[in-house]
Design a protein around this ligand. Structure first.
Ligand code: SF4
Length: 365
């Protein structure tokens, strides 16, 4: 059966009008609000984004506010959302829009695409939702829905498959309600045409779905096995001195570029090796205790961390770039990525309630 999505806009839009979730960014879909929400929603669940979006809009209610915010304020508002390059690109793009477009996002797909951090999907979402321009917004949800509707059995990760499905969707975009149509497809993918088992009996498109008709909907889309994530062992040091915690800046490129981090090394160190490492950094008088293990999953890498908490009697001279922050500064100007959340919490507890910490002294330390 050839793919033909021509009949889906009407039932889909009817369903969307009745069933769409109330989301903060759907009220007043100004270009700025649509843009910020779309960037936040990349790789992040709707429920997790909601409070961040509200807080962000209160602090930076317009694009000029964002452009003039400090990176520190922005990263603080983003703290915990992860993928910090999104926040940095948002900031850079806001600066560009202020300089080149008078502070208003351009109502032009190609100009949107030229801004930092805006790819085809986001440009399509802003163009269609905020400006009513006839462009598709093809994210993972939409690809899955389209693959099932068309019973497309090609590998969904292939550019040719994506191009084919994009073409099918683009061909049926309703000019009068293109933004709602794009959102409706995403909404259907997020709430009905779910990954794994689609809820076809509740779907407004069941009579138009080739995947359902052919009994293959749940097997679609086809995905080639993903490359396994690289596993990295790391040892994290929580260094405390005089009521402060020691942090380093990460390099300006690569993973967590330019963010603060707790000193850490590749490999798991034994307590004795950790002790020797601290001594090699110039630590003379300190107590060293083991801290809980933790895991953090990035897109392509998994960190398997073990930690040590060191109470220093003197600063250590042999760790270039080490800066000391009080608990108040850790909650303010120094933003630690979520990867260190376990050790950040430990540091704060140790600094604020030292008598309540019961850590086990490791053997050999
Ligand atoms: Fe997805 Fe089922 Fe609807 Fe087809 S009928 S679009 S597979 S939920």
């Amino acid at each position: 059966m050839p793919a033909n999505l021509a009949e889906i806009p009407a039932p889909l839009l009817r369903w969307y009008d009745n069933q769409a979730r109330q989301l903060p960014w759907r009220s007043q879909p100004t270009p700025y609000r649509v843009w910020v929400s779309e960037i936040m929603l990349q790789q992040t669940r709707v429920e997790a984004v909601k409070p961040y979006f509200e807080r962000f809009m209160q602090a930076l209610p317009s694009l000029p506010h964002l452009a003039q915010a400090s990176e520190q304020q922005l990263l603080k508002l983003w703290e915990g959302l992860g993928y910090y390059s999104r926040a940095r690109n948002l900031h850079r793009a806001a600066g560009t829009v202020l300089r080149q477009h008078g502070g208003e996002l351009p109502a032009d797909y190609q100009q949107l695409l030229a801004l930092p951090g805006i790819g085809e999907y986001t440009a399509g979402a802003i163009a269609s939702i905020a400006f009513g321009l006839c462009y598709p917004a093809i994210d993972g949800n939409v690809l899955r829905v389209a693959a099932r509707l068309c019973a497309n059995g090609q590998d969904i990760a292939l550019p040719t498959t994506k191009a084919q499905l994009k073409q099918e969707v683009t061909a049926v975009l309703p000019h009068a309600r293109v933004g709602d149509f794009n959102q409706a497809l995403m909404e259907l993918g997020a709430t009905v045409c779910l990954p794994g088992t689609p809820r076809c009996p509740s779907c407004p498109l069941q009579t138009h779905c080739h995947g359902l008709a052919q009994g293959v909907a749940a097997q679609l889309p086809v995905k080639a096995p993903r490359k396994r994530r690289k596993l990295e062992q790391r040892t994290v040091f929580v260094l405390l001195y005089g009521g402060s915690i020691g942090l380093l800046r990460r390099p300006e490129s690569g993973l967590l570029a330019g963010l603060w981090e707790l000193p850490n090394l590749p490999q798991h160190l034994t307590p004795r090796q950790a002790h020797e490492q601290l001594a090699a950094w110039g630590g003379r008088q300190f107590s060293l205790t083991s801290a809980p293990a933790a895991k953090h999953i990035f897109t392509h890498i998994e960190w398997h961390m073990q930690g040590y908490l060191a109470q220093l009697e003197q600063p250590i001279p042999g760790l270039p770039g080490l800066c000391w922050f009080t608990p108040a500064q850790l909650g303010g100007e120094a933003t630690l990525p979520a990867a260190f959340r376990v050790y950040r919490a430990l540091a704060l507890r140790s600094l604020l309630e030292p008598q309540q910490i019961r850590l086990q002294n490791p053997k050999g330390a």
